[in-house]
Design a protein around this ligand. Structure first.
Ligand SMILES: Nc1ncnc2c1ncn2[C@@H]1O[C@H](COP(=O)(O)OP(=O)(O)O)[C@@H](O)[C@H]1O
Ligand SMILES: [Mg+2]
Length: 847
């Protein structure tokens, strides 16, 4: 049997409670890791693996110094791990036996409060999922800002969508839900997932959860809050009252469409540059940047909300000077939201408090500037922008502007703030002055010019005389203290006395300063709510000034909202593409839809601009409902409830696993959920399969939307045959993106015009791509052949005839003579009378 030391026994007991985390076990100046933790950490952190003990019983171990532990912890967190910090919680000198140790905090990717893992312009949400009877509670909370959001949904897929919409850093799932749900989550995201056991009661958070309807949903949210307290092991005073919302309060954009439209990041490399957010973000504060992102992710569905925002944006456009002043003032405002979090967490230093003070000092000026605008919404925001004067005064009186990062080494507190501290400082100064004078006095008395007074940590203050000058020093003048090669060091009674005064004052002073600092910090906690409400106002103002800046710089227009099913865009542009190409090169397009023109079927050659045109509409809708102005000369829009976008499998390159099945599943989502108030964009769906299947499905989808859903829809297709539907279906029209063919080359005009495109230009595009002439020529011949052949076939099934299932019968079914004859009939060149005669003949043959 292996012998185990009492300390390792303690280690194992603690480790058993934190199986899913790296246990950082404090041993003196190091955090040590053991066993499998050590093996894994050594690999992940590239630190040396050692052993504790000898021979058979040696335990793998590795360690990081306490003072530089933060960087290692950060590294692990960024990789998605959890770290449990286990400290010595009693004085080792006083301990009987093994020093008591406890885990004081578990740092997880969703609850980390500082370091590289924390992005200032992104929220850091942890999402909790739980199910009671038929309702899923989805709670999302950002511990760095204290915000909490809660909603309830009825279906699993919606719960998952809602959870992912937060782009969470971590997901926690009630164990009752873990069956299957955890697998579904991990197939969609790689963020760490924790299964929570045990029950939670909202009773512990009555105030925070008072707006959440129903005890079950409250309990669901409480479970997430319990997770926060269990990991942080402290009271989080900055958590804000949970905001309850219903899913239909926002324009819903499912995760697929959000990604596809590149609203906040690009699809390929998940970068902000190249996204809509990037084009729109002219915010000056991190709080503003986070709010802008949230608005774009969850645009409004009520015109009041959007119009309120528009009104202040307009005002900022009209008042250039005030806007520039506001921008300048915003630059001076620190991240009050996250600061509140860190205040509650207890990890702000003197520098943070100075920045807090400076931020607060900006608020009255910001208030003044906005007040001039005389705007109702601005006034509403200003009502929560109160400057807590007593707090500013406290910070002004207490904290030194030039304070250090450390809070234990003094120089934090201003003179005049505390009389005892002043006395210590006075004593120090008196002592130091006396010593400075001593040097001059002794130089004179002994005539030794190089005599000096110095200080070191071991011997304290001393008088130093070089060896060469020793002969000039009267015997017995000083008491010898230390001998160096070239000098002797001495002290005197009086010097020691003064030294004691100085050192004592210094030590007591730093200690007192630390205590005073903690008092100030504690006092600041009382203002967390005020800071948070100021943060809300400031961040909103910031987003709206940013909207004004982009509107002006990019020539956006204020969209008008209508209750009717009506879209009117004049000279509209794609905000991101427009920003990427040279000014003036973007071809603006109109878009006009209404009750009688609910669907547009868009044709045109590859690379003409079909996809761009469709996304352009979606982005304009998102911008408008988020409250921004839009890239157009005129814009009238309804308020949509959902946006669905589906891209044909072949176009969706970024998704390696993209298959026809996935495309169909996504289409099903749109077809299942869309309402008559939704916007649907279907970009070449049906591409992922063989021509006939694809075309049949595309047509069926169009018909279904047209007849049963009645959502406004843009549908692009390369199945030229489908353009027939544009004339057949009552509320669908053909448009095409024009291109000009001249001497066998193709110029893209990017202009959208009425009617169907006449022909596929694929081969010309190949020519543009410089494929060999011989190859192009051959393709031309093949095309001609195919077209001839197609002329003998029926191109697509008109909806008034047989249902399209029969399409699959075509190729292999044994040929009935009637079928054969029917197939050979060239319908396009028959008069109605001839057609009747043929039908009559065929029918008689069958009888
Ligand atoms: N209105 C426009 N003005 C200028 N360039 C455009 C316009 N529309 C599209 N483009 C450019 O043309 C290219 C092809 O556009 P895309 O929408 O992908 O074509 P399609 O979907 O028809 O194949 C893109 O690189 C895009 O930047
Ligand atoms: Mg396309």
């Amino acid at each position: 049997m292996t012998q185990i030391t009492p300390m390792m026994k303690q280690y194992e007991q603690i480790k058993a409670e934190y199986e899913d985390a790296f246990l950082f076990f404090r041993l003196g100046d190091f955090y040590e890791l053991f066993h499998s933790d050590a093996l894994e950490a050594a690999r992940e952190l590239e630190i040396t693996l050692t052993k504790r003990g000898k021979g058979e019983q040696a335990i793998p171990m590795c360690g990081v110094p306490h003072h530089s532990s933060e960087q290692y912890i950060s590294q692990l967190i960024e990789k998605g791990y959890k770290v449990a910090i286990c400290e010595q919680t009693e004085d080792p000198a006083a301990a009987k036996g093994v020093v008591r140790r406890e885990v004081v905090q578990v740092i997880t990717p969703g609850t980390v409060m500082n370091g590289k893992a924390l992005h200032e312009k992104n929220n850091q949400y942890v999402v909790g999922l739980r199910k009671d009877f038929d309702t899923y509670t989805v709670s999302a909370a950002d511990m760095t800002t204290g915000e909490i959001f809660v909603t309830g949904v009825e279906e699993e897929i919606l719960a998952l969508e809602e959870a992912l919409s937060y782009d969470p850093k971590e997901i926690v799932v009630d164990e009752g839900l873990s069956d299957g749900m955890d697998l579904k989550i991990s197939s969609r995201t790689s963020v760490p997932l924790t299964i929570l056991e045990g029950t939670s009661s909202f009773k512990n958070y009555e105030n925070l959860l008072q707006d959440i309807p129903g005890d079950q949903m409250k309990d669901g949210a409480a479970q997430l809050l319990d997770y926060f307290s269990e990991t942080t092991k402290r009271v989080l005073d900055h958590l804000q009252k949970a905001a309850y919302y219903e899913a239909d309060q926002f324009l819903s954009i499912d995760s697929y469409s959000r990604r596809n439209l590149e609203i906040t990041e690009t699809m390929r490399d998940r970068k902000k540059a190249g996204s809509l957010l990037h084009v729109l973000d002219k915010t000056e504060t991190a709080m503003g940047a986070r709010r802008l992102k949230r608005w774009l992710e969850r645009p409004a569905v009520h015109h009041e909300t959007a119009e309120e925002r528009q009104s202040l944006t307009s005002s900022f456009i009209d008042h250039f000077l005030e806007r520039e002043t506001v921008r300048e003032q915003l630059r001076g405002v620190y991240d009050l939201e996250r600061l509140s979090g860190r205040i509650a967490f207890g990890n702000v230093n003197g520098k943070d408090l100075i920045q807090l003070k400076k931020s607060l000092q900006q608020l009255p000026y910001l208030y003044e500037t906005l007040h001039v605008l005389n705007n109702d919404y601005a006034e509403k925001l200003l009502s929560s922008l109160t400057t807590p004067e007593p707090l500013v005064e406290l910070l002004e009186n207490s904290i030194r502007e030039d304070c250090p990062v450390s809070i234990t080494e003094g120089n934090l507190i201003k003179d005049g703030y505390h009389s005892t501290l002043d006395e210590y400082r006075h004593a120090m100064k008196y002592g130091k002055d006396w010593i400075a004078e001593l040097e001059a006095k002794e130089k004179k008395a002994t005539g030794i010019k190089t005599l000096k007074v110095g200080f070191n940590k071991v011997f304290g203050y001393y008088i130093e005389v070089s060896r060469a000058n020793l002969k000039n020093l009267p015997e017995g003048r000083y008491e010898r203290k230390q001998t160096l090669t070239n000098a002797e060091r001495y002290v005197t009674e009086e010097l020691k006395e003064k030294e004691t005064i100085i050192l004592e004052a210094e030590e007591k002073g730093s200690k007192l300063e630390y205590e005073l600092f903690l008092q100030v910090r504690e006092e600041v906690k009382n203002y967390i709510r005020t800071l948070q409400s100021a943060a809300k106002a400031v961040s909103t103002i910031d987003v709206l000034q940013s909207f004004a800046v982009t509107a002006e710089a990019n020539h956006y227009v204020k969209p008008e909202f209508t209750d009717k099913k009506h879209i009117e865009l004049e000279n509209s542009r794609h905000p991101v593409v427009e920003a990427m190409i040279d000014a003036g090169d973007y071809v603006a397009n109109d878009l006009f839809m209404h009750e009688e023109r609910e669907m547009l079927l868009i044709t045109g050659p590859n690379m003409a601009g079909k996809s761009t045109y469709m996304r352009q509409l979606a982005l304009i809708v998102v911008m408008a409902q988020a409250g921004s102005f839009v890239p157009a000369d005129k814009a009238v829009l309804p308020l949509f409830d959902h946006i669905f976008t589906r891209i044909g499998a072949a176009d969706d390159l970024s998704q390696g696993q993209s298959t026809f099945m996935v495309e169909m599943l996504e289409t099903k989502q749109a077809v299942d959920r869309a309402t008559s108030r939704s916007l649907i964009l279907l970009d070449e769906i049906g591409r992922g399969t063989s021509t006939y299947d694809g075309m049949a499905l595309a047509q069926a989808v169009i018909e279904y939307i047209h007849d049963d859903i009645r959502a406004m829809t843009l549908f692009s297709t390369h199945y030229h045959e489908l353009t027939r539907l544009g004339t057949e279906l009552k509320r669908m029209r053909n448009v095409h993106v024009s291109a000009k063919e001249e001497n066998g080359t193709l110029t893209f005009l990017h202009k959208v015009v009425e009617g169907a495109a006449d022909k596929s230009y694929g081969i010309h595009v190949a020519k543009l791509a410089d494929l060999p002439d011989k190859l192009i020529q051959r393709a031309g011949e093949i095309l001609e052949g195919l077209e001839k052949e197609a002329g003998h076939r029926q191109e697509s099934i008109s909806r008034n005839e047989e249902p399209y299932q029969q399409l699959s019968l075509f190729p292999e079914e044994a040929e009935h003579p009637v079928l054969n004859e029917l197939k050979e009939t060239d319908l396009l060149h028959l008069t109605p009378l001839e057609a009747m005669q043929i039908l009559d003949k065929l029918q008689r043959k069958l009888k």
